[in-house]
Design a protein around this ligand. Structure first.
Ligand SMILES: Cc1cc2nc3c(=O)[nH]c(=O)nc-3n(C[C@H](O)[C@H](O)[C@H](O)COP(=O)(O)OP(=O)(O)OC[C@H]3O[C@@H](n4cnc5c(N)ncnc54)[C@H](O)[C@@H]3O)c2cc1C
Length: 393
């Protein structure tokens, strides 16, 4: 039974929660980070995390500024230099090279667990941060002065500010009165790690298929991480296939661009949904990352958006702290909400629009889509804009 008081308690030590913890604790604020899991536990020898993220240059720069990028590189990442997108219908295709935009790379593909491990390692070196691993949030009570937080290990802690970074099924969101809206896509994303016959050429490949996009992301060790979106029944059927039948189906779906495949490890699947919260904060509590926005992964932006939330929240909190004002006042928390809501809603709208555009079955839409891609592919200016957007710049 501890009753220690922190300036900030963060529920959820995934990529987003661990980042905000680093940003605050490295400036000397006292931080408690609580996570239901333990990223360092049971890392299988030679195994790969099925959850990977394409990080933009902006996110990479954030990790460099936190001093964790070298650790990520050591644990394993793969830079992305090019992007090749093509449509199942017609001849529409788009190839984008970061060199044309004057950059060495567009971003990097990193397994989520590697990013989290590097962030946790940094947190463990910061004197003002306590990590509560394999511990869950049970409940919290807020008053004028602080938040009383009940944890699953029979521990109570107090904090001036409680941050919910506990993902798309956020218990923090459920326990608060914050409403959220959204819909399921009746789709699942099948994820797997594969070895390809041909080199991935440091390129992110994406083919738009009738049921959804198939992304083949370059991964460390010359491997490829796939995210294959289909209707729920189709995904379940792919999960049932034998390894070799699955690899054959994948080669066919990717038009043999990378030759044949060999499956490394198991396959997994995530149901896809769009979800957003109407407000981001209440008395002494605030939500960030997937807890307030869950988007379609077709352009790999969810974690990158969450990292922007983390930076914005840390900035407003640190500013209030330096000015010796209440770090959890509504004025401070609403400033964060105002700065992030527009960007988050815009990205959600764009991803939802893309999903509908590329999922459309009407011939006219398909023709326009295909010729539109062809036109963009001929414009260096537009391609550079898309490239800068993909870099998060
Ligand atoms: C198939 C797929 C592919 C994707 N690809 C990309 C991509 O390429 N690029 C990109 O930017 N994004 C991508 N995303 C999105 C990205 O994975 C998420 O946006 C990101 O992981 C969200 O991070 P988070 O820290 O907010 O939440 P999470 O990663 O979900 O972390 C939440 C943490 O909270 C902890 N937790 C939960 N409940 C509790 C509790 N009650 N008590 C204590 N701890 C708790 C969990 O243990 C976990 O560690 C993809 C998503 C999917 C499904």
């Amino acid at each position: 039974m501890s009753d220690k008081t922190y300036q900030v308690a963060i529920i959820g030590g995934g990529m987003v929660g661990a980042t905000v913890a680093c940003l605050l604790a490295e400036k000397g604020m006292s931080v408690a980070l609580v996570d239901a899991g333990d990223p360092s536990a049971a890392w299988p020898e030679g195994g790969y995390d099925l959850r990977v993220s394409a990080l933009t240059l902006a996110s990479i720069n954030l990790f460099k500024s936190l001093g964790v990028w070298d650790e990520i590189v050591q644990l394993g990442e793969q830079s992305v230099e090019k992007m090749f997108v093509w449509d199942h219908f017609g001849s529409g295709e788009l190839d984008i090279d970061s060199a044309d935009a004057g950059e060495m790379q567009m971003g990097s593909v990193v397994e989520n667990r590697i990013t989290v491990l590097a962030l946790w390692k940094k947190l463990q070196s910061l004197a003002t941060c306590d990590i509560f691993k394999s511990v869950q949030l049970e409940g919290f009570d807020t008053n004028e002065e602080c938040v009383d937080i009940q944890l699953s290990n029979d521990t109570n802690i107090k904090a001036k500010l409680l941050v919910g970074a506990d993902g798309s099924s956020s218990k923090m969101r459920q326990l608060s009165r914050i409403e959220h809206y959204g819909w399921g896509y009746q789709q699942k994303a099948l994820v797997a790690t594969v070895k390809s016959e041909k080199s991935h050429k440091n390129t992110a490949w994406q083919r738009f298929l009738p049921e959804g996009p198939l992304a083949l992301l370059p991964l460390r060790d010359g491997l490829i991480s796939i995210v294959w979106t289909s209707q729920t029944e189709t995904t379940e059927a792919y999960l049932e296939l034998s390894d070799s039948d699955f690899c054959d189906a994948l080669a066919e779906a990717s038009e043999h661009q990378l030759g044949s495949f060999e499956l490394i490890g198991t396959r997994g699947a995530f149901p896809l949904k769009l979800q957003f919260s109407s407000e981001y904060c209440q008395q002494r509590m605030v939500l960030i990352g997937d807890a307030i926005h869950t988007i379609h992964p077709l352009a790999g932006q969810g974690a990158n958006l969450g990292l922007k939330d983390a930076v914005t929240l840390a900035n407003v909190v640190l500013k209030a702290h330096e000015a010796r004002r209440d770090i959890a006042s509504q004025q401070v928390l609403r400033r964060y909400e105002r700065q992030r809501k527009g960007d988050n809603l815009l990205m959600m709208g764009i991803m939802d629009g893309f999903k509908r555009l590329f999922g459309a079955d009407e011939t006219l839409v398909k023709l326009t889509r295909s010729s539109g891609m062809g036109l963009i592919n001929q414009s260096v200016l537009l391609k550079n804009q898309i490239c800068k957007y993909a870099m998060g710049l």
